[in-house]
Ligand binder design. Structure first.
Ligand SMILES: *Cc1c(COP(=O)(O)O)cnc(C)c1O
Length: 412
C-alpha cells in the first residue's frame, strides 16, 4: 500500500498563491485611490457578473444571506408573509426569510437530487394552502399569505425550475433562487428549449462569495442578479440605508454593500470561474469512475442540469464511522448538513417533529461531502477513493457494526 497522504476537504491557499500578483495589485490600487466602498471596481464587477449569469442586472451586497434577504424584500415579500423553502439547506436561507419579516415554510426534497421536489411543492400548495377572496395564496395553518418560494440550487446543481416556475406563475408566487452554491450552473428549460443559468430564472437570484464558494472573495460578499430593473433599484437602496441619493432616504435600509477590495478580488477571480467549474466537473467524473463499484450512492445529475459541483456528496449507510476512518487516513470530509432545519433548536418554535420530512431526514444521516476543488489532483482522488472503498467494506462488516453504533456521532 502507498503511504499516508493528506487530502484536505478544501484548498483555499493554492488558488490565491496562483493569483497573488493580480490580487495584490488590486488591493494596492484600492489603497492608492482610497476607494474602499463602492466605486468603479464594484460597478465593473456587477456588469461582468451579470453577463456571466446572463441577467440584465447584478447588485453587489455584503453576503449571500443579505442577497437572499434583499432579493425577497425587493421582490415584494412583506412582514407577516410566509415563504416556502427546503429543510436541507444552510440556515442562511431561512434566516434571510425571517429577517425579511416572513415565516419559513418547508417543503420536502427529491431524494435523488437533494433539491426542492416540484411534486411535493404542488401537493403543499394544493393541500395546505387555499386562495382567499382576492385570489391570494394563504397558508391555512398559519393564516399567512404565501408570497415567495426559494428553491436552493444545492451542491452546485439547479432545482427542476420549469415546474416550480409554472406553479409559481399559477399562484402568484415570487421565485428567488438561492444560487449561493451554484455560480455558473446550467438548467435546460424544456418550456423555453434553451439552457439557462442559475440565478437568471426566477424574479431574482442570490449569490454568496464566501471564500469557499465556487467564486469566493477574500472575506465576505454576495450579489443579487435579476432581469427586473425595479428589483435591482430596490436592492441598491436596501444595501445602502435606503438612499436614492446621498442622505435622501426613501426607506429604512441596511448597511449591506459589497466593498471595493472584495470587488477587485472577485473581478480577478471571475475570469477563472468557468475553467475552475470545468475542473470540478472533470473531478466529479473521475470520482464517479473510481467509485462506481463501491457500496455508495453517488451524485445523480439529470440530463437537464449542468452541475458545477460546489460539493461532491455521496451517501453511505454508516456515514459517521466512515467519516472517522477517512479522517484517520488523512482525508478531510464535511456534512452538508447534519441536521435538517425543521429539527434545529433555532426552529423549535415552528413546532416540527422528526418524521415530518422523511427524505430530508434520511439524507442528513447518510450524506458525506468528499474533497472537491479545482486543484484536486487525480492522485489525491485515487487515494480518497481507495480509502473510501476500504472504509465502506470495513463498516459493512459485522464486527464494525457494533463499533460504529458505539462511536459518538461526529458533528462539525
Ligand atoms: C453560503 C450559503 C448562503 C449564505 O451565504 P453567506 O455569504 O455565507 O451569507 C446561503 N445559502 C446557501 C445555500 C449557502 O450555501
Amino acid at each position: 500500500m502507498s503511504g499516508q497522504r493528506n487530502v484536505p476537504f478544501l484548498d483555499l491557499v493554492t488558488p490565491h498563491l496562483q493569483l497573488e500578483e493580480e490580487l495584490v495589485a488590486g488591493f494596492r490600487e484600492c489603497l492608492r485611490s482610497a476607494h474602499f466602498v463602492g466605486g468603479a471596481a464594484v460597478e465593473q464587477f456587477e456588469r461582468e457578473f451579470a453577463a456571466y449569469c446572463q441577467t440584465a442586472f447584478c447588485v453587489g451586497v455584503s453576503s449571500g444571506t443579505d442577497a437572499v434577504r434583499f432579493a425577497l424584500m425587493a421582490a415584494g415579500v412583506e412582514p407577516g408573509d410566509a415563504v416556502i423553502t427546503v429543510p436541507n439547506t444552510f440556515i442562511a436561507t431561512t434566516e434571510a426569510i425571517t429577517q425579511a419579516g416572513a415565516l419559513p415554510l418547508f417543503v420536502e426534497i427529491d431524494e435523488r437530487t437533494y433539491n426542492l421536489d416540484p411534486q411535493h411543492l404542488r401537493r403543499f400548495v394544493e393541500s395546505e394552502c387555499t386562495l382567499d377572496s382576492a385570489r391570494k395564496l394563504i397558508h391555512k395553518k398559519s393564516n399567512r399569505r404565501v408570497t415567495a418560494v426559494v428553491p436552493v440550487h444545492l451542491y452546485g446543481q439547479t432545482a427542476d425550475m420549469d415546474p416550480i416556475l409554472e406553479l409559481a406563475e399559477e399562484c402568484g408566487l415570487r421565485v428567488i433562487e438561492d444560487s449561493c452554491q451554484a455560480h455558473g450552473a446550467g438548467y435546460h428549460s424544456g418550456r423555453q428549449r434553451k439552457w439557462r443559468k442559475a440565478g437568471s430564472m426566477g424574479q431574482a437570484g442570490a449569490f454568496s462569495f464566501y471564500p469557499g464558494k465556487n467564486l469566493g472573495a477574500c472575506g465576505e460578499g454576495g450579489a443579487v442578479t435579476t432581469n427586473d430593473e425595479r428589483i435591482a433599484a430596490r436592492v441598491r437602496m436596501l444595501r445602502d440605508h435606503g438612499q436614492s441619493r446621498k442622505y435622501y432616504h426613501d426607506l429604512e435600509g441596511y448597511n449591506g454593500r459589497l466593498d471595493t477590495i472584495q470587488a477587485t478580488i472577485l473581478l480577478a477571480k471571475l475570469k477563472h470561474v468557468e475553467g475552475w467549474n470545468l475542473k470540478r466537473r472533470a473531478a466529479a467524473e473521475y470520482y464517479a469512475r473510481l467509485l462506481r463499484d463501491a457500496e455508495l450512492t453517488l451524485p445523480q445529475a439529470p440530463g437537464w442540469v449542468q452541475p458545477v459541483y460546489h460539493l461532491y456528496v455521496v451517501r453511505a449507510p454508516r456515514r459517521d464511522a466512515l467519516q472517522a476512518e477517512l479522517a484517520a487516513a488523512g482525508v478531510g470530509t464535511g456534512i452538508h448538513y447534519p441536521i435538517p432545519l425543521h429539527l434545529q433548536k433555532a426552529y423549535a418554535h415552528l413546532g416540527h417533529k422528526a418524521g415530518d420530512f422523511p427524505a430530508s431526514e434520511r439524507v442528513a444521516q447518510e450524506i458525506l461531502s468528499l474533497p472537491m476543488y479545482p486543484q484536486l489532483t487525480p492522485a489525491d482522488q485515487s487515494y480518497v477513493a481507495a480509502r473510501l472503498t476500504e472504509g465502506v467494506a470495513a463498516t459493512l462488516e459485522p464486527a464494525a457494526l457494533d463499533a460504529a453504533t458505539a462511536a459518538p456521532a461526529s458533528r462539525r
